[in-house]
Ligand binder design. Structure first.
Ligand SMILES: [Zn+2]
Ligand SMILES: [Zn+2]
Length: 308
């Protein structure tokens, strides 16, 4: 399996989990045009999509035009039943529903149309309910290839249940939204700072690091191959700060894993230790793929502040 982040942050989120068969898309918070161009940058334009999974209904995770794009291609859309009331305002959702393409998930693991097993992980966010996902390939692949991916973003806290759901994943996408000091000293309105730092806001670099540490310490010997840092705030974080928090957490847990920082402006992909592609980030300007271990610099975000 390969885990690709097409975009991550308050201006839009979308990720792909794919193997030889059709892929799963996690969230649709960008325009169809951007979805297509980012897939193209990863060389995945022709790769079919079996289904899209929605984490929650904030506008940086679901775009009306992207829902319409799904419907045009008859791609199945999975959301929680409690998401329906907000989604039903979107014409793209209405069209999907009319075509019979909407499915509901609950907290029981289910099989996606491409044969991957998916489990929703309940999170704590101010769009209730919000979920992360654990996605497993059903066929047992060679050791050191990616067989399972965890995806946890848009949550103010993590719990034992979160750790339990992520044990032994090969790749963990985890929210590193902000640096607490930068958040507290930002020029943002007090209510927004309170929201982001609250139990239903977003994970800080420290909280994200502690989650990685807890997952690594309780997982078996196989262990994490890579962590992908998600949903970085562009005005209250910096890729280097997030990256050092993740590296420090792995060091505390005595574990080595690749650390990749997802950004708003370019896609990245992790394909396993001995996978064909390895990990790479693709710079949209140069259109060249390269192996990276360093951070791709972010830009200052003057986009929307709430909700995200
Ligand atoms: Zn968000
Ligand atoms: Zn959100």
């Amino acid at each position: 399996m390969r885990f690709s982040v097409l975009a991550s942050g308050s201006r839009g989120n979308a990720a792909l989990v794919r193997s030889d068969g059709p892929a799963l898309l996690i969230d649709l918070g960008v325009s169809p045009r951007l979805l297509e161009s980012r897939r193209g940058e990863l060389g995945a334009s022709g790769h079919p999509i079996a289904a899209a999974l929605l984490t929650h209904t904030h506008s940086d995770h679901v775009d009306d035009a992207a829902l319409r794009w799904l419907g045009q291609q008859s791609i199945v859309f999975y959301c929680h039943e409690a998401h329906r009331s907000k989604l039903s305002r979107l014409t793209g959702f209405q069209e999907l529903d009319a075509k019979g393409l909407v499915r509901h998930y609950d907290q029981r693991p289910w099989l996606a149309p491409n044969g991957m097993q998916v489990e929703a992980i309940p999170l704590s966010h101010d769009d209730h309910p919000t979920f992360g996902f654990r996605i497993e390939a059903r066929n047992r692949q060679a050791v050191r290839k990616v067989r399972s991916v965890g995806y946890v973003a848009d949550t103010g806290i993590w719990t034992e249940q979160t750790v339990e759901a992520l044990l032994d994943v090969d790749v963990l996408g985890v929210e590193f939204n902000h640096d607490v000091g930068l958040q507290q000293n930002s020029t943002r309105p007090a209510f927004l700072i309170g929201r982001v730092l609250g139990r239903r806001g977003h994970l800080s670099n420290d909280q994200g690091g502690e989650l990685i540490e807890a997952v690594v310490e309780r997982s078996g010997r196989r262990g994490l191959q890579a962590v992908v840092l998600l949903h970085l705030s562009q005005d209250c974080n910096h890729p280097e700060l997030a990256r050092s928090a993740a590296v420090a957490a792995l060091r505390r847990a005595g574990h080595r894993a690749k650390v990749l920082v997802a950004t708003q402006d370019a896609p990245l992909e992790y394909g396993g230790v001995s996978g064909q592609a390895g990990s790479r980030a693709v710079r949209s300007g140069a259109r060249t793929a390269r192996v990276v271990s360093q951070v791709v610099a972010g830009r200052v975000d003057h986009g929307r502040l709430f909700p995200e």
